[in-house]
Design a protein around this ligand. Structure first.
Ligand code: 3HC
Length: 311
């Protein structure tokens, strides 16, 4: 019965084992993974939009080629993650439906505008840098398909972060106007990137259970701190200042202290009222509708193929 299956499940989790799609799992485990993995997939797909706006405006063929590759990668990350979510008993259509109906979340960070070319470099450096921090521990997630999807995603994220940092180094070696453009982008993205790690642990309803089930390996606040500690020296190399007067090394803690994050702004964005939420969702809905003929043609072709083999 369920009692011994739960015992077996708990023993597997406690032994840091992997749960696979055919294994028995508590309904709540399935539900929270579906929630997180589908929202992660939505984040990747919506995440293509802010910097995708700059593909036709890239300053050189080299930058255009790199940006194209990165945006294409994000689309692929979305597909891996939708496939991982489907192993939990949902369909792509259901997940896309939830996103378009405003019922599913995606990462807050993609609801901010990309005002200049420097935003593309700052997104690579800070947003993908934060995504790496958040995704590396998920490679050790107890749910097999999710952990395995993360391995390749993390490899590609490193390229995303490095290309962003390199393009900022180029700009910082340029004119004063280019240097100002970078500093302006850092000023706009720094705080939303810190919030991207999720609410403080004390206000994080999913964390305790997620930690117990080996889904979340490091807490929101610990990952945020790790990101800040790793990024401060990089900002020095770049020659930009991080827009937080309270940011300073605390020898006693062995970490950087930092200022207060505006959680009202964060929850405002998460609940759909950020600077670009409506535009991002409308763009996704339009792309989905414009792409309906491709899906229909592919399905019709697949049916014909099937008929052929059945004869
Ligand atoms: N944006 C939007 N919603 C967020 C959020 C954010 N940055 N951070 C937290 N939330 C939501 C949670 O989804 C949850 O709402 P829900 O219960 O309706 O899903 C609520 O706020 C409370 O947060 P919790 O901390 O309790 O939720 P979690 O334990 O799930 O932790 C998380 C949040 C750290 C984002 C976790 O879900 C996670 O690690 N998700 C997978 C990784 C991910 O999505 N990373 C960001 C993707 S960006 C990206 O990778 C693209 C890159 O290539 C640029």
């Amino acid at each position: 019965g369920d009692a011994e299956r739960l015992t077996r499940f708990d023993a597997c989790i406690d032994a840091d084992g992997r749960i696979e799609p055919r294994d028995w799992m508590p309904e709540a485990y399935r539900k929270t993974l579906l929630r997180q993995i589908s929202q992660h997939a939505h984040s990747e797909v919506v995440g293509m939009l802010p910097e995708g706006n700059w593909i036709s405006r890239a300053p050189s063929l080299k930058r255009k080629a790199i940006l194209l590759a990165k945006v294409q990668d994000e689309g692929g990350h979305g597909l891996y993650l939708y496939s991982a979510a489907e192993t939990l008993g949902t369909s792509r259509d259901q997940m896309v439906e939830a996103l378009h109906a405003g019922k599913a979340k995606y990462s807050s960070i993609f609801n901010y505008p990309t005002l200049t070319w420097a935003d593309v470099g700052v997104i690579g450096w800070l947003v993908d840098g934060a995504a790496i921090m958040n995704q590396v521990p998920i490679c050790r997630c107890s749910y097999g398909p999710y952990a395995r999807a993360m391995i390749r995603i993390c490899k590609e994220e490193s390229f995303h972060q490095r290309q962003g940092f390199e393009s900022l180094m180029t700009l910082m070696a340029g004119t004063p106007a280019q240097r100002e453009m970078v500093q302006d982008a850092v000023n706009r993205w720094w705080w939303p990137v810190l919030a991207m790690f999720g609410p403080p642990d004390a206000d994080s309803p999913n964390s305790a259970q997620g930690m117990r089930w080996g889904i979340k390996r490091i807490s929101n606040d610990d990952l945020r701190q790790k990101f800040i500690d790793a990024t401060v020296p990089q900002a020095k190399v770049l020659g930009v200042t991080l827009p937080d007067p309270d940011l300073k090394w605390n020898e006693a803690r062995g970490h950087h202290d930092y200022g207060a994050i505006d959680w009202d702004d964060f929850w405002n964005v998460v609940s759909g009222n950020g600077p670009c939420n409506k535009e991002r969702l409308a763009t996704r809905v339009k792309a989905h509708e414009d792409g309906a003929w491709v899906r229909e043609a592919a399905l019709a072709h697949a049916r014909k193929q099937q008929q052929r083999t059945l004869k």
